[in-house]
Design a binder for this molecule. Structure first.
Ligand SMILES: Cc1ncc(COP(=O)(O)O)c(C=O)c1O
Length: 375
């Protein structure tokens, strides 16, 4: 039994989630996507072991690291990866930006589906590429892709690249095989390469199964993975970029080297190896705890006009606040609960909030009590 109920004081000056805002002392932060749970004991143990050595020189992941990564993806998703299909980089967003730069030219169109994690837009526009935004539709209470509209826009704009989010943040969709096949098929047909951000892939709920895009799109995609969301080590900055397309990997690697990003740091290597080797029992319990929190959230929202999109994955709840208008500032000011504003996720995010429920149950209950009082 792991302890997800205890409250850990993470209130240090460099902690983004708990950043002091408006001088509020009793802030409950439910915005940025990291968790209020300690990492698995084996990860902490390994980091302590590395730290206590006292020498923090240049490092390079060895075969034991690759074994941990390939073993994890094989076991969790039945996905066979070879060591030379993994590129280690200090971040998924960094990898999106590199992929944009090496796979497209300035002025090219890149498709994203909004609402989606805000930096997708930044990686496209900041690199001088043009956005082709397709808005996700809502069907049966979930986000869905309008494939006819998607294809039309790809043709109209001569789109070169799709940046895809699977599972989806903020909607919590775990895309089905049929949906992935449709999206991949359209991309293949029109020469659109896929960058699939799968950082949330380990966090699937209620028995939903994640399918890596690479199992469907093969050489026509690169999959961005990381242990950081799963094991709450985002501040350590580690990602594994996976593809059978070695040419694309080589080009991204060259871009990384050019900009001075050499693989992972010592802590990233140690934490990732330990997490993927020993972390599965912890993740199983974490998943059940998050499901429990989502169940509480769902029940508490029943007597409000807030409408939650049922998450199939992630610890994030996408909530329609249309009945109340844009309430994020009001929640901060009056309930002292900080949520992510829907507008951060682009088109279709207006009048939505995203609530991060990866916190001890007592904290979640107090936040919901305050939110309901304010509403
Ligand atoms: C979909 C998605 N991609 C990437 C990231 C950030 O990844 P990294 O910290 O490795 O850049 C996040 C963090 O919330 C995310 O939700």
């Amino acid at each position: 039994m792991y302890d997800f109920d205890s409250i850990t004081d993470r209130n240090t000056p460099d902690d983004i989630k708990y950043e002091k805002i408006n001088g509020i002392d009793d802030l409950i932060p439910m915005w940025v996507a990291d968790m209020d749970f300690k990492s698995p004991p084996e990860v902490i143990g390994e980091l302590v072991r590395v730290a206590s050595n006292g020498i923090y020189g240049y490092s390079e992941a060895d075969a034991s690291y690759d074994e941990a990564v390939t073993g994890w993806f094989k076991k969790r998703f039945g996905w066979d990866i070879k060591a030379d299909q993994i590129l280690k980089l200090p971040g998924v967003v960094l990898a999106i930006s590199y992929a944009v730069r090496v796979l497209t030219e300035p002025g090219d169109h890149i498709m994203i589906f909004e609402p989606v994690y805000g930096p997708f837009r930044r990686c496209v526009e900041g690199n001088g590429r043009k956005l082709t935004i397709e808005q996700l539709k809502t069907a049966g209470g979930h986000f869905a892709v309008d494939t006819a509209e998607m294809e039309k826009k790809i043709v109209e704009d001569s789109v070169k690249l799709l940046v895809w989010c699977s599972p989806h943040n903020p909607g919590g969709r775990v895309w089905s095989e049929d949906e992935l096949r449709s999206v991949s098929g359209i991309c293949e047909k029109h020469g659109v390469f896929i960058v699939s951000d799968e950082i949330h892939s380990d966090l699937t709920l209620y028995g939903n199964k994640h399918i890596p895009m690479a199992k469907i799109a093969g050489d026509n995609c690169v999959v961005l993975t990381a242990p950081t969301k799963t094991f709450n080590i985002a501040g350590i900055q580690a990602a594994n970029i996976i593809s059978t397309n070695r040419d694309v990997l080589r080009r991204i690697d060259r871009e990384a080297i050019t900009t001075g990003a050499f693989g992972l740091n010592k802590m990233g290597i140690a934490a990732t190896r330990a997490a993927y080797t020993y972390g599965e029992p912890w993740l199983e319990e974490l998943t059940a705890y998050i499901e429990g929190n989502i169940n509480i959230l769902r029940k508490e929202l029943e007597d409000t006009k807030l409408v939650m999109m049922e998450p199939e994955g992630t610890y994030l709840a996408w909530i329609d606040c249309s009945a109340y208008g844009d309430i994020s500032k009001k929640l901060l000011r009056e309930a002292h609960v900080r949520v992510s504003e829907g507008s951060f996720f682009g088109m279709g995010g207006e009048n939505f909030i995203r609530l991060n429920v990866a916190c001890p149950r007592s904290v979640l209950k107090e936040a919901l009590r305050r939110i309901k009082t304010v509403l």
